[in-house]
Design a binder for this molecule. Sequence first.
Ligand code: NAP
Length: 473
Amino acid sequence: MKIHPLYLNGEFVTTDQHFSVRNPATAEVFAEMSAVDRPRLKRAIQDAHAAFAGWRALTAKARGEFLHKIANELERRRDEIARTMTLEAGKPLAQSLGELAMTVDHLHWFAEEARRGYGRVIPHQTDGKRNLVVKTPIGVVGAIGPWNFPLVLGVRKVAPALAAGCTAILKPASATPLCNVAFAEACHAAGLPKGVFQLAAGSAGEIAAEFLENPLLRKISFTGSTEVGRSLIAGAAAQIKPLSLELGGLNPVLVFDDADLEKAVDGAMVAKFRNTGQSCIAANRIYVQRGLYDLFVRRLVEKTKALKVGDGLEPDVQVGPLIDEKAVQKALEHIADAVQHGARVLCGGKRLDRPGWFLEATVLADVPKESLCLREETFAPVAAVRPFETEAEAIEAANEAPFGLAAYAFTSDLSRAFRLMEQVETGMLAINDGLPTTTNAPFGGVKQSGWGRELGSEGLDAFLETKHVSIGI
Ligand code: NAP
């Protein structure tokens, strides 16, 4: 079986230590991935540090041109990389192609955004002095990515880091390293100087410890669970290491009586079932106002029953397998718990009778408040619906979670939309929209959903230091 390589200081390195990669649609191992050890990782950080001086000295335009080339190389190989992504992540092929397209868009955006790392000149308030603000790259960055969007979420860190003039080491999730090997190959093909980007897969604990403890590494950008985010915060205390954290959510959907029913159902379907429900911005709690509740639930069930569940490589599949057995067990536990509390299973609810980690697309109605699926991320194709009476009640329900990543609202009342904009505690609010993510706008959460923002101009800023320069003239 092929052992895929790490990418260290401009070279592809296959190691004796490696780990298995499984296809969630069959549960079978189909590849091996090399694992970095601590001495190699230390060396990689030194190499990234050595590469930093030359990379930051390039013009922003020159750095951007490398990013454009990487994007073009990914685009050229899109079908092959999307297939790899489906094999390792289980994602339906059309959605893997969508993730590829968004990755390419991120690279082009940050290639251009590199040129806009503006500082400013401040009107002075002391005679004989001038005040400037300059932006400088933070240094070597350690990026840690999750498996659910295995390529785009790593690139969402690496592209702005490189654009800002930083060098970066990416640790991909162990379930999904292979499309990141393809990304490393694209960097190599683009002629990126050695040490500017490196790929270091392997033991999360060891890699995180080195990232936290090594003083040459200046920032960690992490996407993953709130639990791991919390451990990084604790670990960062010793060196006050800056962190960007994109963590979990418990995203509410609020459907009001005045909503366009079809738009609301379609929006909730995308927010719930995209990526088989394994998205950080997935709809976890669907609250529908009493007047529209029965109609909404009926349409949601009709459309959910029509979804094709299967191996992401099969044509027209819309819902793939979950990432592993643990994910299936968690979803089944959430369903059983909701039923025990009095929810009704209107469709789905069981695993598929075939190899791999498949769950039927499921709708639970009248889900009681205390059910696990309204309190914890389900991360599966399970739509949990619950009625509400008033706007105030809906806002209170949305805000009672300790998370605040994305929230969705469906309404035709403009005044209400503004009230929600002001009152819902969330990093992203999608109004009459089931998919708010876009390269040119900030992405991230409040409360326990994380620190900082990716994408948009904020995405570049996350890798820049702000320096005040006072000049006596
Ligand atoms: P996870 O278990 O936290 O893993 C994420 C990454 O962290 C993986 O690369 C993992 O490596 C690594 N990791 C594991 N233990 C670590 C440790 N002690 N220190 C440092 N890194 C460690 O999360 P996941 O299950 O992959 O992803 C699902 C979660 O991510 C969900 O909660 C989801 O909401 C969240 N998420 C958030 C966003 C966002 O933008 N806010 C986006 C996507 C996902 P291994 O794979 O080697 O274990």
